[in-house]
Design a protein around this ligand. Structure first.
Ligand SMILES: [Fe+2]
Length: 390
């Protein structure tokens, strides 16, 4: 880039679905399905969300509208390739023509996988990477029930390659859902652990998007506001699970963090966490929270101003501090939050040993999230970061 063009702001692209946000937004699902011409609905959800009653509400609405539905809930956290393929078989044999998801990131990612096979055929593993999808997927309406993954607004689908115990990332504008109906009250049924894990995932999205090489002034706005909202409300929500005053800003923050990372991408925390999820089914939010301080220490000198902005958005006091002191205040604050939420602080507590590290690093080095990390990372450095986190 020459000196002249460096004076201009660059925004590579910005994508988001149509969004209805607010109390009862999910109850509009029937009308939206009709408007989009979906008359045989493939409903993707999970057992926990069914038990919480959210899926039943949606099915009742579809019945009232006279819409046929096929219910699919045979999926697990870190959704597997074979779950996607079995979802696709059901979608195909029930002759569905659109997808409604009621659930968190795993349900939404699995549903995106089904949509990919519906429009592209083959195996889900064929579509790993960036911009591999050549045709649009079937219409999709998302009703998120966690304030964390933001898969309902993102261009990402993360699927586990079960045979090779690794996660693949599929990143494409074809994966941005058509409509997201976001009702903060759907998060009132989450327990404290789910609230903390998903909240820390959203925080990592906002932080990694802000320091990403592909960030822009537009994604920065969303990242910084999300960081501030999560900082002000996550602990309160964890301690007051039924208080919508804290659930609402967290849901908003998750959506904003989703806008940011969907368009600016992520970094080493997510690349390394994806490797953990594929290898041992580790919880995604907890893995991120555990890795975040190690990656910040590694990245800090490559994005110092950006990390200082993150600390300020969290209301940390950096007045009169050197950059190193400010970094330590930020790191200690994040470690303290992870401790407060009772999340695991060490990989060894999750059953990992030194012998697992080479395989984890070999997987993480191939993750597309690493491309936008502010500091280039070698496979040896990934091994060192995993070892530090052990
Ligand atoms: Fe994430």
């Amino acid at each position: 880039m020459d000196e002249y063009s460096q004076q201009f702001t660059e925004l590579r692209k910005f994508l988001a679905p149509e969004i209805i946000y607010g109390p009862g937004a999910h109850l509009r699902v029937g009308q939206y399905a009709v408007n989009m011409g979906i008359h045989r609905v493939f409903v993707v959800t999970d057992e926990g969300v069914i038990k919480a009653g959210w899926t039943g509400q949606i099915l009742q609405i579809l019945e009232k509208m006279g819409l046929y539905y096929s219910l699919f809930s045979k999926l697990t956290p870190n959704p597997k390739d074979y779950e996607v393929m079995s979802g696709w078989e059901q979608y195909h044999s029930d002759q569905c023509n659109g997808i409604i998801v009621v659930g968190g990131g795993s349900s939404i990612d699995c549903a995106k996988g089904v949509g990919i096979i519906a429009s592209h055929q083959g195996s889900i593993l064929d579509y790993e990477g960036i911009d591999t999808l050549k045709t649009p997927c079937p219409p999709m309406i998302c009703i998120p029930t966690t304030a964390g993954s933001s898969a309902d607004v993102s261009q990402f689908a993360i699927i586990t390659d079960s045979q090779n115990r690794r996660k693949i990332a599929i990143i494409s504008k074809a994966l941005v859902p058509d409509i997201s109906l976001i009702s903060p009250e759907t998060t009132l049924t989450l327990d404290s652990q789910q609230t903390a894990q998903t909240g820390m995932d959203a925080l990592c999205h906002a932080i990694e998007a802000l320091v990403s090489n592909a960030s822009s002034p537009v994604t920065d706005l969303f990242s910084l506001n999300a960081i501030s909202l999560i900082s002000n409300h996550l602990s309160k929500a964890v301690n007051n699970l039924k208080d919508i005053k804290h659930r609402d800003p967290l849901m908003l923050a998750s959506m904003e963090a989703g806008f940011a990372f969907s368009n600016a991408s992520l970094g080493a925390v997510h690349a390394m966490a994806h490797a953990l999820g594929g290898y041992s089914d580790a919880n995604h939010g907890e893995s991120n929270a555990l890795l975040l301080p190690h990656v910040i220490r590694f990245n800090f000198k490559s994005a110092t101003d950006r990390y200082l902005r993150i600390g300020k958005a969290m209301d940390l006091d950096f007045v009169g501090k050197t950059q190193e002191q400010a970094r330590d205040i930020l790191l200690n604050h994040l470690i303290q939050l992870t401790q407060e939420y009772g999340l695991n602080m060490k990989l060894s507590n999750l059953g990992y040993t030194l012998s697992d590290i080479p395989q984890l690093a070999r997987t993480a080095i191939k993750d597309p999230c690493l491309l936008t990390n502010p500091r280039p990372v070698s496979i040896g450095e990934l091994e060192e970061l995993y070892a530090e986190a052990l």
